[in-house]
Ligand binder design. Structure first.
Ligand code: PLP
Length: 384
């Protein structure tokens, strides 16, 4: 079987799993304990924080470990909204954010906050001007993802951040960096970013582990009540083994980024070229300013699930959309926001690439897509 669903999750790197297993067995101390086993865990955490910080080029004390990007996004948005509610209760975000951002702002709306959701263009992008125009005296946070998880569109984060901070320095800027890290360069310090979320399992690290960068001086109201771990922002005993595993995977992502991204871009171009030759298909991922690992296309009139299962029978695992909403059979909200028809938005298929893919595997996948579409075309013809 060939796995082409790396945007949903990546297989953990063997070095990462080995490290995690070793730490679980040998360094099981609680970092809050005062004895030597506790101290050993404190040192592991300290080192991991330094490695993660170096990978993001930010100071170690700005890194806060969480249970994944869902928690990071919740903490960034709700934690900041609650903390700064005296300044105002207005939040700005986009129409194509991940569910963990979208549902966080929806919850805040239910708590009396006001939300502005910026529409995206046909490529799934917003402009810095849209953000600036949406700012009001009571706006406290702007949240924009770096790379969209369904179609791979890159948002102009640096332009948005710099313009926002020049005009409205007090408005906080949160970026969901999950699908961009290790694939699309981003200068966190130089982009006016106050809060940045990351997940380990998208970069060959463990599931259930992530981080939130919190710029110095930014305060958050904790969402979990308990101990004073993670500078008091996130209570609960730290998942030391997985945090060390995440640090390792972040270092590997940074070290390999340029060559791997170039190789992925080449495979992506090849897939796009071949998809374009199949007349029935609509390609939803734009050619320019998109991440190297995501390609989304639709076969309007055919449910995405049908194509997905036929591909699976042929030995290829892909996705209809983001993993957490793929069980719903409604049209994709991202594709609808990009102006696709309901038929196209119900038939989206996402291919996502990883470090290990080669021309050979991509060739096999494309052959399978061509043959399945030919069968479906024949079948549809027979239906008429
Ligand atoms: N944000 C984006 C853009 C994602 O693709 C994902 C992946 O599911 C998440 C957030 C959530 O990350 P996690 O699975 O670590 O909660």
């Amino acid at each position: 079987n060939y796995y082409f669903d790396q945007a949903a999750t990546t297989p953990p790197h063997p070095d990462v799993t080995r490290t995690i297993a070793e730490i679980m067995m040998q360094h099981y101390g609680n970092p809050s304990s005062l004895h030597q086993l506790g101290e050993a865990s404190v040192q592991l955490l300290r080192k991991a924080r330094e490695v993660c910080a170096e990978a993001l080029d930010v100071p170690p004390r700005t890194i806060l470990f969480t249970s994944g990007a869902t928690e990071s996004n919740n903490l960034a948005i709700k934690g900041a909204a609650l903390q700064y509610s005296k300044r105002g209760r207005h939040i700005v975000t986009t129409a194509i954010e991940h569910a963990s951002v979208y549902e966080s702002v929806k919850q805040l709306e239910a708590w009396g906050y006001e939300i502005t959701i910026l529409p995206v263009d046909q490529e799934g992008r917003i402009t810095p001007k849209q953000v600036l125009d949406a700012i009001r005296p009571d706006t406290t946070i702007v949240s924009v993802m770096h790379v969209n998880n369904e179609v791979g569109t890159i948002m102009p984060i640096q332009d948005i951040g710099l313009q926002l901070k020049t005009k409205y320095p007090r408005v906080l800027f949160h970026v969901d960096g999950v699908q961009g890290f290790g694939k699309v360069p981003l200068n966190i310090k130089g982009s006016g970013i106050d809060l940045y979320s990351l997940s380990a399992h998208k970069i060959y690290g463990p599931k259930g582990t992530g981080l939130l960068f919190v710029r110095e001086g930014v305060q958050l109201t904790p969402l979990l009540s308990g101990g004073s771990q993670e500078h008091g922002f996130r209570a609960g005993t730290e998942n030391v083994p997985q945090i060390v595993g995440m640090a390792k995977s972040m270092r590997m992502a940074v070290e390999g980024r340029i060559t791997v991204a170039e190789r992925m871009s080449h495979l992506k171009e090849s897939i796009m070229d071949q998809l374009e030759l199949i007349p029935e298909l609509v390609i939803n991922t734009p050619r320019e300013l998109t991440a190297p690992h995501i390609i989304n296309f639709s076969y309007p009139g055919m449910k995405g699930e049908v194509l997905l299962h036929m591909l699976e029978e042929a030995g290829f695992m892909v996705s209809t959309r983001s993993a957490c909403s793929s069980k719903k059979s409604e049209p994709s909200g991202v594709l609808l926001a990009m102006g696709r028809t309901s038929a196209a938005a119900t038939s989206g298929i996402r291919i996502s690439l990883g470090n290990e893919h080669t021309d050979y595997e991509v060739g096999l996948l494309m052959e399978a897509i061509r043959s399945i579409v030919a069968r479906l075309r024949h079948w549809k013809g027979g239906q008429r």
